[in-house]
Design a protein around this ligand. Structure first.
Ligand code: DAT
Ligand code: MG
Length: 139
């Protein structure tokens, strides 16, 4: 059964471009409740572990560089069917393929710098959220 939470990061390009407010507005206007949130800077080890599944891919080094070049906004979001609905809201990995009105269509520059992360399963949402937040930081 689907749980009702997902994990997101507004990636370094979103922070650099001053898009945090606009993206959070879109997220909350789409019915997601913010359960936990912080500005945090991933270490190289954090980013390598987060994207471990892609460690053999040619873009892995660039991905880790990008994700560690400045702070990100990490958050846990709550809504019915959160994981799937949030993936729909952010749009396809490559912004060129993302549907009109999605966060990546509106705010992502490229496949490599695509503005926002959304968990791809309930299991990963729980793991990713627990990596960044203790129980006392979730409301
Ligand atoms: P998503 O972030 O949509 O879940 P993913 O898990 O397949 O996508 O990949 C993680 C991130 O890696 C993605 O947001 C951007 C980067 N990435 C994926 N495929 C890439 C590619 N072919 N070239 C460059 N970056 C890529
Ligand atoms: Mg993914």
């Amino acid at each position: 059964m689907a749980t009702n939470r997902t994990f997101t990061m507004l990636k370094p390009d979103s922070v650099e471009k001053g898009n945090i407010g606009a993206i959070l507005e879109k997220i909350t206007a789409s019915g997601f409740r913010i359960v936990a949130m912080k500005l945090t800077h991933l270490t190289t080890q954090d980013a390598q572990a987060f994207y471990e599944v892609h460690s053999e891919r040619p873009f892995y080094g660039e991905l880790v560089e990008y994700m560690t070049r400045g702070p990100v906004v990490a958050a846990i979001l709550e809504k019915d069917n959160a994981v799937e609905d949030f993936r729909t809201l952010i749009g396809a990995t490559n912004p060129d393929d993302a549907a009109e009105g999605t966060i990546r269509k509106l705010y992502a520059a490229s496949m490599g710098e695509n503005a926002v992360h959304g968990s791809d399963s309930d299991e990963n949402a729980a793991i990713e959220g627990a990596f960044h937040f203790s129980g006392r930081e979730m409301f």
